[in-house]
Design a binder for this molecule. Structure first.
Ligand SMILES: Cc1cc2nc3c(=O)[nH]c(=O)nc-3n(C[C@H](O)[C@H](O)[C@H](O)COP(=O)(O)OP(=O)(O)OC[C@H]3O[C@@H](n4cnc5c(N)ncnc54)[C@H](O)[C@@H]3O)c2cc1C
Length: 381
């Protein structure tokens, strides 16, 4: 069969992780092809909606902190290369009950990794950040390095930088089939076929259908982000309010000061608990979506509880333990994947690009990704 091109590495999916991987490989002088089924960037997967939180005080597991430090460095390098501001530092505030998972985990990360931080009572939170109101006996952990990334701009700039370094990047070209050949891999798309020494699969919520052996470890889940017009805008500017993670009675929420859309942005982890498929996602936003977000705005950010400015659906792709899955694909030499980012992956794209480039070229990485290996699921695989 005719081949439309031969590369060192092919990357499937040029979203958050894929754009960073294509850039990293091109930056190392490799011949790389990035294939994206929709547009670059697009609002079909997991990376749209203007902004994503980045924070060092990592309640999910303190072992992410070294990867996070590297990821900050790499975002700053991308900003330098592109001349565009992509990372806004506004501080992060992790809130909830003192013995809750968020506050405990955030404090543990700060202490273990010697991160500057301030534990704040709810009264102190109200004084420092009057846009946020917590119940009396709750607390906050303020960490000054937290902030947010402009997610679509990060993808665009990774793609630009990759193109400048000689990468071949193609949108509106879906990978339909891939397989190993004697010496590498072969990929068939909606427009042709290509060969390469190795393959990186970073297809987000579509990874399961593309890699059947991973399918049952990956559950796409519908999410909705909402933007609400503050009644007192001065309390919700970057500078007046950090990014806030809240382990509230109504569920766990994440929020951003006003930026890019004229509204205070908020989302609820696991939203309405709706498992979906990438193809079957209901992209319409309904009254109950808005209600799930507005209940937290009304109680914890009362001066932001004005008219709705925007609602957008998006997908998490959850792994069974909500840690990422990054590894070589068993049984397929030269095939590697980055998946299962479980709603907290974007901040890591820049370092994941580096990890995937290491794996695709050397089969190993110096980064500690032991928490993220596929082998932890052997008992269920
Ligand atoms: C509402 C919401 C809020 C979030 N908030 C945060 C946050 O504050 N901080 C944070 O760090 N993370 C956050 N996340 C998680 C983070 O956004 C994701 O972990 C990250 O975007 C995943 O990147 P990805 O590259 O895996 O997926 P995507 O960016 O979706 O990229 C996958 C790409 O692969 C393409 N593709 C799929 N199949 C094929 C194919 N066959 N051929 C070619 N291309 C294909 C898709 O079109 C897509 O563009 C949030 C996620 C959501 C949904």
């Amino acid at each position: 069969m005719k081949t439309n091109g031969t590369y060192d590495v092919i990357v499937v999916g040029v979203g958050g992780m894929g754009s960073a991987t294509v850039y990293e490989l091109a930056n190392r002088g490799l011949r790389v092809l990035g294939l994206e089924r929709f547009d670059i960037p697009n609002d079909m997967g997991s990376s749209h909606g203007v902004s994503r939180i980045i924070r060092l005080a990592y309640f999910e597991d303190s072992s992410y902190v070294p990867l996070l430090r590297r990821s900050y460095e790499r975002w700053r390098e991308l900003e330098e290369a592109s001349g565009e501001s992509l990372l806004q530092v506004v501080g992060s505030l992790d809130t909830g009950k003192e013995d809750g998972e968020v506050v405990r985990g955030s404090l543990e990360s700060c202490r273990e990794h010697d991160l500057p931080h301030e534990p704040l009572t709810s009264a102190e939170v109200a004084r420092r950040f009057p846009g946020c109101r917590l119940p009396e006996d709750w607390m906050g952990v303020y960490q000054p390095d937290g902030g947010f990334l402009l997610s679509e701009r990060c993808i665009v700039n990774h793609a630009f930088a990759a193109l400048e370094r000689g990468a071949d990047v193609r949108a509106r070209e879906a990978v339909l089939k891939w397989d190993c050949t004697g010496s590498g891999v072969r990929v068939e798309t909606s427009r042709g076929s290509y060969e390469a020494g190795s393959l990186v699969i970073s297809a987000g919520a579509w990874t399961g259908p593309l890699v059947p052996s991973l399918d049952r470890l990956l559950t796409p889940e519908r999410q909705v982000m909402g933007w609400f017009q503050p009644r007192r805008p001065e309390l919700y500017t970057p500078g007046a309010l950090p990014v806030v993670i809240g382990e509230f009675e109504e569920g766990s929420y994440y929020s951003f000061p006003v930026f890019g859309v004229p509204g205070f942005k908020i989302g609820k982890f696991h939203h309405l608990n709706e498992a979906t498929t990438a193809e079957g996602l209901d992209r319409d936003c309904r009254e109950e979506d808005e209600a799930a977000l507005r209940q937290a705005v009304a109680r914890y950010f009362p001066d932001a509880n004005g008219p709705t400015m925007a609602l957008k659906a998006c997908m998490f792709t959850n792994s069974p333990d909500e840690h990422f899955i990054i590894d070589a694909l068993p049984g397929f030499p030269n095939v590697f994947f980055a998946a299962g980012f479980s709603g907290h992956g974007f901040k890591f794209c820049s370092v994941v690009g580096e990890v995937m480039a290491d794996l695709a070229t050397r089969g190993e990485t110096a980064h500690d990704i032991s928490l993220l290996r596929l082998s932890r699921f052997e008992s269920v695989a």
